[in-house]
Design a protein around this ligand. Structure first.
Ligand code: LMR
Length: 349
């Protein structure tokens, strides 16, 4: 390092600076109810040199607005189908919040017809424009969208299971909040793994593993578990036709992106639960705790200890996840066949 003296303060020129990795994050669906606050919160993530915002409608104004936030890096807006690949070009992290939200009375699975296509388009564009990117889907139904994206990436010869995630951080965020409130402590003090998937009973908060230890009885544990599993529906019903969770989802999504970035930056011990391809059970995709690193998933941590009732709940949810994965992969197969966009892979994940 060189110190240039004679100026009012010393300027440090680091010769390794040019070798420092610059990081680009792309948000797909950046104009939406999740995308806008998510993009704002990602501006607070250290180390982001470029934030690319993509949506089907105008993003230039949002990009101009966010570019005035006093954080390092530039913000660039991209619009329309033709803007997708340019937005994703050379991205390190692509986070997808595009797609339709649930309305009261709908299950997340009901969104597959509309949102499955989003997953296919983004996975195709990532394969072309940013093949090494970490790809994180917020778009529902996560339990099917991630297998769909895996199949498409595989068809394009670009599938690395360590780089594909379904973002389920909101289930952890909610668990921390509800348990923290019930124990009368700050949610920040609560740690809890939430495994399984991201819909109804597939969301399995392991309250037996909560730290500090949850002292409530089985009735309280059951009712907290149920509230966490149905929290998305609680918001959908409260919004009464105006969509689903956006702000808490953005909070959770930005937390997860921040963890991906810290892993990419070489920080050790970054652990998050996320929905990924998995060999831990007989479901091909599962939420489990993962250590993140320079290549995405650095290490698959074993499933945490469980109480007997949690073990029973896991057994009940696995067939649902297997079925969801099959449907997601079939969705991709049908689409690829229909479009003949690329050869249908001989063996899908
Ligand atoms: C959530 O958990 O809030 C999201 O998955 C949105 C939804 O439809 O519930």
């Amino acid at each position: 390092m060189f110190l240039l003296r004679g100026l009012k303060s010393s300027i440090i020129i680091a010769p390794w600076r040019s070798a420092v990795r610059t990081l680009k994050v792309a948000v797909v669906g950046a104009g939406g109810g999740i995308g806008q606050p998510l993009s704002l919160l990602i501006r607070r993530c250290p180390g982001v040199d470029e934030l690319a915002l993509h949506d089907l409608s105008e993003t230039k104004g949002i990009a101009a607005d966010l570019s005035h936030v006093s954080q390092r890096g530039k913000v660039v807006g991209f619009t329309g189908e033709e803007g997708l690949e340019p937005a994703l070009t050379a991205a390190d992290v692509v986070v997808v919040a595009a797609g339709m939200p649930r309305l009261p009375g709908m299950q997340r699975d009901d969104l597959m017809a509309a949102n499955g296509r989003v997953a296919i388009k983004v996975a195709t564009a990532v394969s072309k424009a940013s093949p090494g990117a970490l790809l994180a889907f917020i778009t529902n139904p996560i339990n099917m969208i991630v297998p769909t994206a895996a199949a498409v990436l595989k068809a394009h010869g670009n599938y690395d299971p360590r780089r594909l995630f379904g973002v389920t951080t909101l289930d952890v965020v909610r668990s921390k909040k509800f348990i923290g409130d019930s124990m009368n402590i700050s949610p920040d003090e609560v740690t809890i793994p939430v495994i399984g998937g991201h819909a109804g009973i597939t969301i399995l908060p392991l309250i037996s593993q909560c730290q500090p230890v949850f002292k409530g009885g089985s009735k309280e544990t059951q009712s907290l578990t149920h509230r966490i599993q149905e929290a998305g529906t609680e918001v959908v019903n409260a919004k009464a036709g105006k969509g689903s969770a956006t702000l808490s989802m953005a909070f959770a999504g930005a937390h997860f992106v921040g963890s991906l970035l810290r892993g990419l930056g070489g920080q050790e011990g970054v652990v998050e639960c996320a929905f990924v391809a998995s060999e831990l059970t007989n479901a091909p995709f599962l939420v489990s705790p993962l250590e993140l690193g320079r290549d995405g998933i650095q290490r698959y941590l074993p499933l945490p200890q469980m109480s007997d009732s949690e073990k029973g709940a896991l057994e009940k949810l696995l067939p649902i996840l297997r079925q969801n994965a099959e449907e997601g992969i079939q969705f991709a197969k049908n689409y690829l066949k229909e479009k003949s966009a690329s050869p249908v892979p001989a063996a899908l994940p």
